[in-house]
Ligand binder design. Sequence first.
Ligand code: SAH
Length: 204
Amino acid sequence: MVNKQIEARGIHDPNVLLAMGRVPRHLFVSEALMDQAYGDFPLPIGDQQTISQPYIVAEMTQALELKHEDRVLEIGTGSGYQAAVLAEIVFRVYTIERLHSLFIKTRRLFDSLRYYNIVTRYTDGTTGWKDESPFDAIIVTAGAPSIPKILIEQLAPGGRMVVPVGDRYSQELIKITKDEKGVRETNLGGCRFVKLVGEHGWKA
Ligand code: SAH
């Protein structure tokens, strides 16, 4: 998967390629879908949610320009696959899920795979995680109606954030960079995610 689908499509960050080679993606989907786990497409994970396509996980992770000592916040734990990829690279990952069943199932999976550097929380992630802020990087893995300003506030100086913005029909992946000159936005191209639902997201 890593050589044929990820590297061939232009992902070059060695940390990202190594991390994705290490995380056993088949353990993040149900038994019935395990034989499809290494294809480059999203898969259902229950509760009408999906585990993202591997290429998108690679692209978003690379865009975060991670260093080992970084602390990263993820909104939308889902299957836990993206968080596990992050946890292979950085010191600590904080991840928030709003659906209780997924939160419980994925927490157990992190424990069984010994991802002790992943801190999980069951709540609406659109308001971020103020007590643990600022973060070096923030990744939103559900589509927001607009860039949640409250998350930009929780980015450290020099921090990077990626967030899909748009409705169900058309979304763009936006990268935010925050430095002493201000906040910069780059459009990384089209993407497709389930809705970010919450106070600063879509209404349920
Ligand atoms: N990163 C996940 C992708 C899961 S799909 C993975 O690797 O599998 C997006 C997830 O975002 C879903 O589980 C959905 O329930 C969750 N989500 C949507 N809105 C949310 C919110 N406001 N706070 C936290 N999680 C949210």
